[in-house]
Write a protein that binds this ligand. Structure first.
Ligand code: SAH
Ligand code: DHB
Ligand code: MG
Length: 222
């Protein structure tokens, strides 16, 4: 089993079920042309974010890690009006590329972009007088994933779903001796979930055009 096969199957799925429109294609192309790392969710993963958000009938979404706004656009499209995606990004260039992509998608009034390190922005959002988030997508620096999970919980309600990207990392997550700071961060996140009585969670391993990785889905139950 190989990367080549996983990529071919992703293409098969994309052609049959995903059919990205020109706005999503343009968002990916503009991000690549601007030199952003090509680490956005894949089309089928973007559609999964969209479907999950629709299933839970979410109105308010928090995203940590905007990049070029590709995942942001998928999620914003699942929202009823008026809905909100608050998305956090520390890199000014990524932020600007995302701004253009989100504007092209006609979602400038739905998406609230915040520039700055998420650990600085999250405490500000937490004291803003708003309703809890219904859905949270954590996809930024993996070292801080456990901390982001803590903030997500603080701004959640019973029924909020928290989805976390890149939690398998070629299987390194199961290596207790890993020296990789990102993998250690994901291990701390899993430990935090394991000892948190307010949530129920699972982690799913995935393969695809982005390799072997996975998602954790956390449901806040009380
Ligand atoms: N969710 C995007 C991909 C995000 S990639 C998509 O699927 O389309 C991860 C992003 O997190 C990068 O743009 C990176 O600049 C950003 N990031 C890294 N550290 C961060 C931090 N401390 N605070 C906020 N964003 C951060
Ligand atoms: C990386 C980050 C991501 O969010 C991702 O989906 C894939 C790779 C990275 O930093 O390498
Ligand atoms: Mg990711």
């Amino acid at each position: 089993m190989s990367q080549k096969l996983w990529t071919a199957v992703d293409h098969y799925i994309d052609q049959l079920l995903i059919n990205e429109d020109e706005i999503l294609v343009a968002a990916r192309n503009a991000s690549a042309e601007a030199g952003l790392p090509e680490i956005a969710v894949t089309p089928s993963q973007g559609k999964l974010l969209f479907l999950l958000a629709k299933m839970v009938r979410v109105k308010r979404i928090l995203e940590i890690g905007t990049l070029g706004g590709y995942s942001t656009i998928w999620m914003a499209r699942a929202l009823p009006r008026p809905g909100r995606v608050v998305t956090l990004e520390s890199d000014a260039r990524h932020f600007e590329v995302a701004r253009a992509n989100i504007a092209r998608a006609g979602l400038g009034r739905v998406v609230d972009q915040r520039l700055g390190p998420a650990l600085k922005t999250l405490p500000k959002i937490a004291v803003e007088d708003t309703a809890p988030f219904d859905f949270v997508f954590i996809d930024a620096d993996k070292e801080n994933t456990a901390a982001y999970f803590g903030w997500a919980l603080r701004m959640a309600r019973a029924g909020t779903a928290i989805l976390v990207d890149n939690v398998i990392r070629d299987g390194a997550v199961a290596d207790p001796k890993t020296k990789d700071a990102s993998v250690k961060g994901i291990q701390r996140f899993h430990s935090a979930v394991a000892r948190e009585p307010r949530v129920s969670a699972t982690t799913i391993q995935t393969v695809g055009s982005k390799g072997y990785d996975g998602f954790t889905l956390v449901l806040v139950v009380r």
